[in-house]
Design a protein around this ligand. Structure first.
Ligand code: HEM
Length: 271
């Protein structure tokens, strides 16, 4: 078993033990007619502060606070633990007050965005390598525009040379849409092959109406479309890798602010 797996296993085990102890303590406080929400509330706040400190750890990499991989393991497992402690604390999935609902939504979204981001960071680099090309994200619009120009030049040449306009009409009807900007974003996000099926359908639909000369042009056009599809994958996956933290961090900030406000309100009411 490699080091990363062992680390994850140990941290999961530790988180499971912490959660079990908390569950037992929660029951015992209830049996003694105490208020278990205080216990679980402070635990939840503690775990959340620890999770939020990840930001500080990333900003100060020079401090001897352990390596990034260990922090990420603790953070990811800690995030799932926080979701468990949250449910222990609230005792239901959907609270009744508006303020409590806002806290619930923020908690769910923060954890979900974290889980989504975790998988994005683990899976997308492999999917990008599988495309077999490397593209700088900022240059993607230029690359797409170059491919579009090549595709249109090819179609014009085909009409010019063969004196048939079937390929030209096909381009206007379907491929122009495809070449105009990044497409199939949602499908690429979930790793589906929908764009490949669509391109194949377009090729098959027109091929039978073309003569041998036109088919050579269609072959070149399909190759350009394949290149464009690979660039679309980069556009979607690199974009998601760059942007998901722009969702996770603001959610974290909003969650922390509301949580501290909640702590204040609860303490003021208990006076
Ligand atoms: C209440 C729950 C959570 C809070 C408050 C929280 C907070 C944070 C913060 C403050 C950062 C640092 C962002 C930065 O400055 O770059 C971060 C990053 C991250 N979080 Fe969370 N998080 C939570 C849950 C989760 C969960 C459940 C997961 C995954 C299972 C997760 C995965 C990640 C990942 C992968 C990163 C980026 C790591 C990197 O860039 O290397 N988070 N989170």
């Amino acid at each position: 078993m490699n080091l990363a797996r062992t680390r994850y296993l140990m941290v999961w085990l530790a988180a499971g033990i912490v959660f079990d102890l908390l569950l037992a303590e929660n029951k015992s406080v209830r049996v003694q007619l105490g208020n278990p929400r205080e216990l679980t509330g402070y635990w939840l706040l503690g775990v959340m502060i620890f999770l939020a400190l990840f930001n500080l750890r990333k900003r100060l990499p020079m401090l001897p606070l352990g390596n990034g991989a260990s922090w990420l393991t603790l953070h990811a497992v800690g995030g799932v633990l926080a979701a468990g402690v949250y449910l222990l604390h609230t005792e239901n999935l959907w609270p009744s007050g508006v303020y409590e609902r806002a806290l619930a939504v923020l908690s769910y979204l923060t954890v979900l965005s974290g889980i989504g981001g975790y998988f994005i960071q683990r899976i997308y680099p492999r999917l990008l390598t599988e495309t077999g090309i490397e593209v700088i994200y900022e240059r993607i619009p230029l690359r797409i525009s170059e491919l579009r120009q090549k595709a249109e030049a090819l179609v014009l040449e085909c009409c010019d040379q063969t004196r048939f306009e079937t390929l030209g009409r096909h381009y206007l009807d379907s491929l122009q849409w495809f070449f105009s900007r990044p497409r199939f974003t949602f499908n690429h996000i979930v790793g589906s092959q929908r764009s490949q099926q669509w391109l194949k359908q377009q090729d098959t639909a027109v091929r039978r109406y073309l003569n041998d000369d036109e088919r050579k042009y269609l072959d070149d056009l399909s190759q350009l479309a394949q290149q464009k599809d690979r660039i679309d994958i980069h556009y979607t996956l690199q974009g998601a890798m760059k942007r998901w933290l722009l969702v996770h961090i603001p959610l974290t900030v909003a969650l922390m602010v509301l949580s501290f406000w909640h702590l204040l309100v609860v303490n003021v009411y208990s006076l």
